[in-house]
Write a protein that binds this ligand. Structure first.
Ligand code: F0G
Length: 456
């Protein structure tokens, strides 16, 4: 059999409001052509993010009912801690309300002026939390990782020569940790090879610098290792995950991705000194160390989610269904970041819409048309998101992408077929798409709240 089916049945459903183009024209106008300002009920297929949007399983809902809400020492904490430690055997496991809270605490402890944190590519919140402390986040992804059309099995790899040169240039004492983001979200959801993790650790060991993993999509990364890296075809996902983390000294995690829950995260690490400082900060902003900003029931749902996410049947379906979308878009002549990553498809809107200049936001134009044409919500990752300079001027971003992030276990193949059909139709009439202008914007993070309009 070659048909890949969803390896689950559906027990509870949420209705989707089916709207017409005329209705959507009103809705998006009211939202000033900003997809973030649209009510989610007015969206047919929501690809804004894969974060916190997973469907939970019947087993996870059962776990929710077993949550123990004791302030301290809850059994739910121990179930959570054991489930995390089973895959990521770090000495200290500190729950947080989501990934960025773990980042905020970690960098408050280890960051500060004069410090540099290298990574393959920092996610926005990671970079922001580093920079908030006065430290500098540095992206050292391999060159192949910056070329959207190029095929390479592990475009999320860090450039090892540049990493070592960077450590020598800035000085070991100024680099508190080296990070690797698996998969590399800001670089197209591309995986990092085990060989690259191992070699990064070798460099870290040589200079006595801890290695931390941004673990959000660890299971998807492990599946890519199993299917693309020599020597792993017969290793279980669980053992691949354990090997990945055996090279690390800590991790930050957003449970909203590969723990298959709607909220949660953690900071895990081996250093007793850093853990002590982190727990002190945790109490200030998150909560007591055995719940850290989560309810007992959330900890239970994470524990069960971690058992489910390493299932090979689940991961096979997850990665192959993302590829299915990507391959059909390529077949329709739509340029995407290649090869397809784990959690999302990234359309190269600059290549698709060459008649719209970067400063007229081709990504935003395409995202608006996807909504108007079929009620699909996606996210511009390009000049709208990155173009505004600190001095108030504008510069085109390195790429103008539109990310179609696929929630886990939420949409069926017919939803995906609908998206493929919609994008094929949009592509056939792409010359009619117009550039976009910003009519109002805030000083920072403008993509969330800016107002747009079409350029006549
Ligand atoms: N690291 C990576 C690689 C991420 O993708 C995210 C979130 C975070 C950290 C922060 O985690 O949201 O739980 O605080 N990414 C989401 C996205 C928001 O849409 O890609 P968080």
């Amino acid at each position: 059999m070659i048909t890949i089916i969803e390896p689950f049945r559906i027990k509870a459903v949420e209705p989707i409001l089916m709207t017409t183009r005329a209705e959507r024209e009103e809705f998006i106008k009211e939202a000033n052509y900003n997809l973030f300002k649209l009510d989610s009920e007015k969206v047919i297929i929501d690809f804004l993010t894969d974060s916190g949007t997973s469907s939970m399983s019947a087993r996870q809902w059962g776990s929710i009912m077993q949550g123990d809400e004791s302030y301290a020492g809850s059994p739910s904490y121990y179930r959570f801690k054991n489930a995390v430690a089973n895959l990521m055997p770090f000495k200290h496991i500190i729950p947080t309300h989501q990934g960025r809270a773990a980042e905020k605490i970690l960098f408050s402890v280890i960051g500060g002026k004069g410090k540099f944190i290298p990574n393959n590519t920092h996610f926005d919140t990671t970079r922001a939390n580093i920079e908030y402390t006065g430290a500098v986040g540095v992206d050292l992804v391999i060159e192949e990782g910056k070329n959207p059309a190029l095929e390479h099995p592990f475009k999320g790899n860090i450039n090892l020569e540049r990493l070592e040169a960077f450590i020598n240039e800035k000085g070991v004492e100024n680099i508190p940790v080296v990070m690797l983001t698996v998969t590399n979200n800001s670089g197209g959801g591309q995986p990092v090879a085990m060989e690259n993790i191992r070699a990064t650790k070798e460099i870290c060991k040589k200079y006595n610098i801890p290695l931390f993993i941004d673990a959000c999509r660890f299971a998807e990364n492990a599946y890519f290792i199993k299917t693309r890296e020599q020597g792993y075809a017969n290793v279980t996902i669980e053992n691949i995950v354990k090997e990945m983390f055996s090279y690390a000294d800590g991790c930050t995690m957003s449970a909203k991705k590969d723990a298959l829950v709607n909220i949660g995260g953690w900071l895990a690490l081996n250093s007793d000194v850093w853990a002590q400082q982190a727990r002190n900060l945790l109490i200030l902003t998150e909560g007591f160390p055995t719940y850290g900003g989560l309810a007992g029931r959330d900890l239970e749902a994470i524990a069960t989610g971690l058992e489910e996410v390493v299932s090979e049947d689940y991961l096979h379906y997850r990665i192959v269904s993302t590829q299915y979308l990507g391959n059909h878009l390529l077949k329709a002549g739509i340029p995407i970041v290649r090869p397809t990553g784990g959690h999302a498809i990234y359309i190269d809107a600059r290549a698709m819409l060459p008649h719209i200049k970067p400063l007229q936001y081709p990504g935003q134009s395409l995202a608006i048309e996807m909504y108007l044409h079929a009620g699909i919500r996606a996210c511009e990752i390009g000049t709208v998101m990155f173009g505004l300079q600190p001095d108030g001027t504008e510069k085109e971003a390195a790429m103008d992408l539109v990310r179609l992030a696929i929630p886990r276990r939420v949409y069926t193949q017919s939803h995906i077929d609908y998206v493929i059909e919609a994008l094929t139709e949009i592509n056939a009439n792409k010359n009619k798409l117009k550039g976009v202008k910003i009519t109002w914007q805030p000083e920072q993070l403008r993509h969330f709240t800016a107002n747009f309009d079409f350029i006549d």
